[in-house]
Design a protein around this ligand. Structure first.
Ligand SMILES: [Zn+2]
Length: 277
């Protein structure tokens, strides 16, 4: 009798096991998985889409805990990192839905808007740094880099001339306005990225992340503000306040050629990231 019960129990357990295996095979095992393994190097992003900024790199073989998922994207974590990963980089057996563009700047028109100009000098420092000069130098360097990447660039001004806010627009894919902040108080410093319409936020997040990653500026974050030049356009547009002209450390950086190289490269990186998918 006892022996029969043991056999019955064993048969029952085997049955449950087989049912479980069939269930896992049918569902692909992905829906109730609590963790995943990277099958190639990848990047964790702030949102479930490739246009969101990268926050962490992850490597082939890394194991990550699944918190939730949205479509083919999984919100995952390990001890130090948290973010969204595309399912196709993992062992979840998910097919990619988009292919990265080989040439992200191809057929892209970028409108660069160096703030102020001519009779409007913008902010100024005690030592004579003028915002209109800094924004133009940065914009010209950025223009050259973007052209090298294959983009078309339209400048709202390329010399020291006055251009009204109404005229700071054009037809293109992206609009980037360049500025430097200033206050009476010389303590505030750092980078602020502004957007106006909700539809511009992904671009703002993407640029904020790439500038923050490379540039030495402290971070004042992404903010919503209806500045006319970004409000009057429907295209993805941002206004970058690349430091405070009223802060001696930021000012020194603004006047530094090497630093300008770093900042413009970080903007190009951000735009590439934005256009890549
Ligand atoms: Zn300004």
């Amino acid at each position: 009798m006892k022996r029969n019960r043991l056999i019955l129990l064993a048969a029952l357990l085997a049955g449950i096991l087989i049912a479980l295996l069939i269930f896992l095979m049918l569902t692909g095992g992905s829906s109730n998985r609590t963790s995943l393994k990277m099958i190639e190097d990848g990047e964790l992003r702030t949102g479930p889409q490739a246009s969101y900024p990268v926050v962490f790199d992850v490597e082939k073989g890394d194991r990550l805990k699944i918190i939730k998922h949205e479509g083919k994207w999984y919100y995952v974590s390990d001890k130090k990192k948290k973010g969204w990963i595309a399912g196709w980089h993992t062992d979840l057996n998910i097919s990619p839905d988009k292919v990265a563009a080989d040439d992200p700047f191809k057929n892209k028109t970028i409108i660069l808007d160096p703030g102020h100009g001519g009779s409007d000098q913008g902010a100024s420092s005690k030592t004579g740094t003028l915002e209109k000069e800094v924004t133009l130098k940065t914009a010209l360097m950025l223009r050259d880099k973007l052209k090298k990447e294959g983009a078309k660039v339209i400048m709202t001004r390329s010399t020291d001339e006055f251009v009204s806010l109404d005229d700071r627009k054009g037809t293109g894919d992206i609009f980037v306005s360049l500025h430097s902040d200033a206050l009476d108080d010389k303590a505030p410093h750092g980078l602020t990225v502004y957007y106006s319409h909700e539809s511009q936020k992904v671009l703002a997040d993407t640029l904020h992340f790439s500038i923050k990653k490379k540039a030495l500026l402290s971070d004042r974050g992404v903010r919503q503000e209806n500045f006319q030049v970004i409000e009057q356009t429907k295209m993805p547009a941002v206004l970058l306040e690349l430091g405070y002209i009223s802060n001696p450390t930021d000012e020194k950086m603004m006047n530094d050629q090497v630093y300008r190289q770093i900042v413009t490269t970080s903007i190009v990186d951000g735009l590439r990231n934005y256009f890549i998918y």
